[in-house]
Design a protein around this ligand. Structure first.
Ligand code: ZN
Ligand code: ZN
Length: 790
């Protein structure tokens, strides 16, 4: 969470080496220098402001008791705008004290009006719990703050609805609990003065589009009860926060973006793991696809996980409190396990002070890890980005970022954990064997010289709009006036719901026809999380989101939890549960899928002679069909085993380009090499798309073919991996020439001979990265770029 105090002071071990010294020691380990760039991000002094005149003395005194002597300028500015009734988003860096910006107007209003109420929304329960502690610690009379989420005992719920005036919850609870039960909440909603939306940049893509409609449903209920709350949003630094917050809430929102909090200086290094000697692995590298990180197998470069584990061990051995961000939960556990192993050899006793952390852990486990790192009992923590949201962990001595986190905004948020007040800190981005990471460590201007991305969401997605309108109709019949609130496409979606028998039209509006309320998952087609249960004890080990479960929890999969290895006995998709037993086999598992695609309609296209560029709707069918078992030590494939999992259907948005066969022949691509050329270009193009849009390589899919039944030409498709699309393909189409130019450069600049994971190989390829032709991919992209208008 964001600290509300003006200056965050963290306890910790005595100061270790300076960042410059530390970096010098780390990079001197190997033969070749892995650092491609060092950026000094200078320290920044804070700009304090006086308390706003409207802030009552008892509130100022309460903050002063918590160590806040005066607000920073951006806090005072945002707070005053909100107090005066303007919807406001404060979008500043990690630990800039965004919470004071909403606490101040919200609490001042609660003190001035003994009936008023505040609703606070966080993306995670952990963040809401932290915020509850912060508000409760102010000890203000009559506020009675309380968390209301899935963990709240039934016996307390009624008391909270009746008596709490500061309710902290999350969008899921608002969607599943509060809004359907609005009658019980009428007293609270009637007096609602503020809605606080913390970490609002996390509401992006399909999830963000759902949350946007949950907020419209909330506004509709408030209007029915006669209240018009002011929305205050807090965001990480992001491009155009006013527009994004406006799309999310459906309201005009003023942005405050000038960060006036002080910041420690950071030495930021870009780190490219060294190439391995050619004889150190099997001749055909096949990167694994099951974790989102490359495991430490079969690489041409040393893997980022292994490199990060070594860096973590080295910094911990220096007594430096270090947080390592790893993209997947499996990766975080591998990094922690390897760092512990390295420390056992080097400094016996220290390995106990390294742990793994990720979102799927149970609450008690998470709390314990957070507490240990804050108190310095732990020196090293490997974490997924779950921690990006959850915890008030700032002031670390070093942050290691294993793989580009997908956006500059996330990169800065993760790096922002480094830097105790008044002290210099170190941040290291360790590049993965991946086209985007490789491009970035060789083009530092794309990191340090570029603005952060805008948050993309699309409330008009019909796959989001229709189910949300069904929920709204369940809560109260829809009227024509309501349709304006839900925006473009609402009338069409309502007509479809009527045709499907879900709604009935009457003179007074549209009515939900069923007794049960509609079942709608805010996270889209990903489905409910799957529980991981140990068969022998019945113990719940954790959860995995539905979308990943086919890949990670299929029968026979090796699943890591807190560094302990389990093997899945059975994945029960009906009950949403995977039964596992503890076992440490000497192989890892890697799921494979097959994909089929057909064009439904073309929305827009560019006719560029031999080249065509298209945006449109497509149907994609994919199925996890088998998995490979590979020897951990050597990467040798032991066998491939079939799986019997259902196919998943996706109607989504794609961008695609076609080339005439003649243009390819003229460019020197032999007909037999066309499939490999297109396939290689597709992989690299998917890898580079996150440079243009706020998406993850794992949000996007692709397909290439020498002749496609719908285009009748050599074609490369890149599609949104979400039902109805999430805006990524659209963004790719809009920036096509810049996107494919960066793709071409990334391939051409890669030092490998014939293609590697840094350029044209993909960790999620359903075809085992075969065929691929690196030189021909460059020829394909040259033809496209020569013909496509800028
Ligand atoms: Zn390469
Ligand atoms: Zn592929």
């Amino acid at each position: 969470m964001e600290s509300s105090s003006a200056a965050t002071v963290s306890a910790g071990p005595s100061p270790g080496p300076t960042p410059a010294d530390l970096l010098r020691r780390l990079r001197a380990r190997g033969a070749a220098d892995p650092v491609t760039h060092v950026e000094r991000v200078p320290a920044r002094p804070g700009v304090p402001a006086p308390w706003p005149s409207w802030a009552p003395p008892e509130l100022r005194a309460a903050f002063a008791r918590r160590g806040v002597v005066a607000p920073w300028q951006h806090q005072a500015q945002a707070a005053t705008l909100a107090y005066e009734g303007e919807h406001v988003v404060v979008a500043t860096g990690t630990a800039s004290g965004k919470s004071l910006a909403y606490q101040l107007p919200a609490l001042a209003t609660l003190l001035a009006d003994p009936r008023a109420t505040v609703l606070y929304l966080a993306p995670t329960k952990a963040l809401a719990a932290d915020q509850l502690r912060a508000v409760a610690a102010l000890e203000l009379e009559g506020v009675r703050p309380a968390c209301y989420d899935g963990d709240t005992p039934r016996t307390e719920r009624e008391w909270i609805r009746r008596h709490s005036r500061f309710v902290l919850t999350n969008p899921d609870m608002l969607h599943h609990g509060v809004l359907p039960g609005h009658a019980q909440w009428s007293g609270f909603l009637r007096r609602l003065a503020y809605v606080v939306i913390d970490e609002c940049h996390t509401y992006r893509g399909v999830f963000g589009s759902h949350v946007a409609h949950v907020l419209r449903r909330l506004r509709r209920q408030c209007a029915r009860f006669g209240s018009t709350p002011v929305f205050v949003l807090a965001s990480a630094t992001s491009g155009d926060p006013s527009t994004a917050a406006g799309r999310l809430t459906g309201l005009p929102v003023t942005a405050v973006t000038e960060d006036a909090s002080p910041r420690g200086g950071v030495t930021f290094a870009l780190w490219e793991p060294p190439l391995l000697p050619p004889d150190s692995g099997p001749s055909t590298p096949v990167p694994p696809q099951s974790t989102g990180d490359h495991d430490d197998l079969q690489q041409i470069r040393r893997s980022a996980l292994r490199e990060t584990a070594d860096l973590l061990a080295d910094t911990v051995a220096e007594g430096v409190r270090t947080l390592a961000f790893v993209r997947s939960r499996k990766g975080a556990e591998v990094v922690a396990a390897n760092a512990r192993r390295a420390l056992d050899d080097a400094v016996p006793g220290l390995s106990d002070r390294v742990a793994a952390y990720r979102g799927g852990y149970l609450r008690e486990e998470r709390r314990e890890l957070e507490r240990a790192l804050l108190h310095g009992d732990l020196l090293g923590l490997a974490s997924t980005n779950a921690l990006e949201l959850g915890v008030d962990l700032v002031g670390l001595d070093a942050v290691l970022i294993c793989g580009y986190p997908g956006t500059r905004a996330s990169l800065w948020q993760q790096a922002g954990r480094a830097g105790r007040s008044g002290q210099e800190a170190l941040a290291v981005l360790v590049a993965r064997d991946d086209p985007l990471d490789t491009y970035l460590v060789h083009h530092p201007e794309a990191i340090f010289g570029a603005p952060v991305e805008a948050t993309v969401l699309d409330p008009a997605n019909p796959y989001v709009l229709a189910p949300q309108l069904a929920c709204a109709a369940f809560e109260a019949p829809l009227t024509p006036a309501d349709l304006a609130l839900f925006g473009d496409g609402a009338k069409e979606a309502v007509d479809q719901l009527v045709a499907a028998g879900a709604l009935r039209q009457r003179p007074t509006g549209w009515y939900w026809r069923h007794r049960e309320r509609p079942e709608v998952d805010l996270r889209g087609e990903g489905g409910a999380p799957v529980c991981v249960v140990e068969s022998s004890t019945g113990r719940l080990l954790g959860t995995v989101d539905g979308g990943s479960s086919h890949f990670l929890l299929h029968s026979g999969a090796v699943y890591l939890h807190q560094g302990v290895s389990y093997v899945v006995d059975d994945l029960d998709l009906v009950d949403g549960c995977a039964l596992v037993h503890a076992e440490e086999p000497d192989w890892s598992t890697h799921a494979r899928d097959v994909t089929d695609l057909s064009v439904v309609s073309v929305r827009s296209y560019v006719d560029a002679g031999p080249v065509g560029m298209f945006l449109g709707e497509v149907d994609v069918t994919s199925q996890v069909v088998s998995y490979q078992r590979r020897r951990i030590a050597t990467g040798e494939v032991i066998d491939t085993r079939p799986l019997d999992l259902p196919a998943r259907e996706l109607r989504t948005v794609a961008v695609w380009f076609t080339l005439s066969p003649q243009s390819l022949t003229l460019a020197g691509v032999q007909p037999a090499d066309v499939p490999g050329a297109l396939h290689a270009a597709e992989h690299a193009a998917i890898g580079l798309l996150p440079l243009m849009a706020t998406c993850d390589r794992w949000d996007i899919g692709g397909l290439s073919t020498a002749v496609h039944q719908d285009t009748e030409a050599p074609t490369v498709f890149v599609y949104d991996g979400h039902q109805g699309g999430a805006g990524f393909a659209e963004r790719a189409y809009g920036t096509a020439s810049a996107w494919l130019r960066a793709t071409r450069d990334a391939i051409a600049e890669c030092g490998c001979e014939s293609g590697c994971p840094s350029c044209v190989q993909s960790p999620k390829c359903g075809n085992g990265n075969n065929p691929l032709s690196k030189p021909d991919a460059i020829r394909v992209l040259d033809v496209v770029l020569a013909n496509l208008p800028e």
